[in-house]
Design a protein around this ligand. Structure first.
Ligand code: ATP
Length: 431
């Protein structure tokens, strides 16, 4: 079994339409990547599964989609204007800048010496509206969580939930990373899936433990190998400014063991800070008899979609020999596979086969929209192409189909084919 390398993943992702370099015809743009047709299908499948698991399948969760921009006071209150920074060093000789915790003592480019370590704020600073003065300043959000905290009171007022309950959001976040790297691992524009789970202060430990398990269950559901995920308890000096306990979930990426997602106990830091800065009461009643109120504490599972996709690609990338041919295939769980099935007429130049195949395709597409038509090249080549994008099954319409309405279904992982009646096709594909 040969090794899964970043080169192989990046090259397949581009060749087959998963992920392209941003602004590629202008030479690329560091830290920005564009998702192609298969990439966006994969991304949506992952996000939909997350939403189903954590929002729709639960009674204690509220989904929102907040604006990316917020009043700058919100980012001042949350501590991001002051504290959302990475340590940076600049080479005295070539002037290149690096993240201080990612380089040694000398410049990796020219060997020069570094100046003092400085803090570099990673929020993109913007001006909203037609004036460019300080009053118009706002920021592209560096995490989606902010939009959740400022909507806490809205959810309480509209739905009157009791603790514990959560608010979930999927959306873009932006960080002006000093050194974007490793494909979609460290980017400047990313997608996050975040939950703020509000609990009674004395119950935080219990919910922290519960969410640890939920995180593993999510990765298992999308098909990221559990053996490759490791928990890492973050020490006192290294946690984000708002956190009293953090576990990083790290994945064994081809370039090393690095953070895949995080679980943080944010205490009442954010709600208290927003209550103070806005003057709005963000406490909730926890005892109807005594009227006792508390500011809820928060457990935050925070998932990066791009990192989840990269971990998944690395998990499912497989090279093997089938028959006497070597092949590359993506061993996606059907639930996340961008294409669930491909439909082929055995021969392209037989109108009756093509017409029947079209009929099967059109019928199947009504229940399984993520399917693909392919009549290019011979069957072997079509199988290889579908294997490479991780399509779980290929359906071939042949002469026997015209007689008895059965088709062959070929399994991606084993190469084994079986004959199935067209009436049972969608059941087979969705199984
Ligand atoms: P790192 O230490 O790798 O910079 P972080 O600890 O700053 O990450 P968090 O603030 O915990 O990351 O963000 C939550 C999640 O968002 C991360 O676990 C990761 O999945 C994702 N994420 C954060 N920064 C990036 C980035 N620059 N590119 C892609 N995903 C990111």
């Amino acid at each position: 079994m040969s090794e899964v390398t970043m080169e192989k993943i990046v090259s397949l992702a581009k060749r087959r339409g998963f992920v392209y370099p941003g602004s590629e015809i202008y030479g690329g743009f560091s830290g920005f990547w564009d998702y192609g047709p298969l990439g966006i299908a994969l991304k949506r499948n992952i996000e939909n599964l997350w939403w189903r698991m954590f929002v729709e399948n639960r009674d204690d969760m509220f989904g929102i989609d907040a604006a990316i921009f917020m009043q700058k006071q919100a980012w001042e209150a949350s501590g991001h204007v002051k504290g959302f920074s990475d340590p940076m060093v600049e080479c005295k000789k070539c002037k290149k800048r690096f993240r201080a915790d990612q380089v040694g003592d000398a410049c990796p480019e020219c060997g020069g010496n570094f100046g003092e370590v400085r803090q570099f704020n990673m929020m993109f600073k913007m001006h909203v509206g037609a004036t460019e003065d300080e009053s118009a300043v706002s920021y592209l959000r560096p995490e989606t969580a902010g939009g959740i905290f400022v909507n806490f009171k809205n959810i309480i007022d509209s739905f009157h939930p009791k603790l514990p309950f959560g608010i979930a959001q999927i959306g873009k976040a932006f960080r002006n990373e000093i050194a974007p790297r490793d494909f979609i691992f460290r980017v400047r524009e990313m997608e996050q899936m975040e939950i703020e789970y509000f609990v009674r202060p004395d119950e935080w430990e219990r919910w922290f433990v519960a969410w640890r398990e939920e995180i593993f269950m999510f990765f298992e559901a999308i098909g990221v190998a559990r053996d490759f995920i490791h928990e890492s308890e973050i020490g006192d000096g290294d946690r984000a400014h708002y956190s009293k306990r953090t576990i990083d979930f790290e994945y064994d990426f081809p370039f090393g063991r690095k953070e895949l997602c995080g679980l943080a106990y944010r205490t009442d830091f954010d709600l208290s800070a927003h209550a103070k800065a806005s003057g709005v009461d963000l406490s909730v009643v926890v005892n109807d008899v005594t009227g006792e109120k508390v500011i809820p504490h928060v457990i935050e599972p925070s998932f990066g979609v791009d990192r989840a996709i990269l971990a998944l690609l690395a998990s499912v990338y497989t090279e093997d020999t089938l028959g006497d041919e070597t092949r590359v295939y993506l061993k996606f769980n059907p639930i996340v596979a961008p294409i669930k099935a491909a439909v082929f007429p055995l021969l392209k130049n037989k109108p009756e086969l093509v017409a029947k195949a079209r009929e099967v395709y059109t019928e199947l597409k009504k229940t399984v929209p993520q399917i693909m038509w392919d009549d290019n090249g011979n069957i072997g080549k079509r199988y290889r192409r579908q294997d490479e994008i991780g399509t779980p099954v290929c359906i071939t319409i042949d002469f026997q189909t015209l007689e008895d309405d059965t088709v062959t279904i070929r399994n991606r992982d084993t190469g084994v084919q079986e004959r199935v009646s067209t009436s049972l096709l969608s059941k087979h594909v969705l199984a």
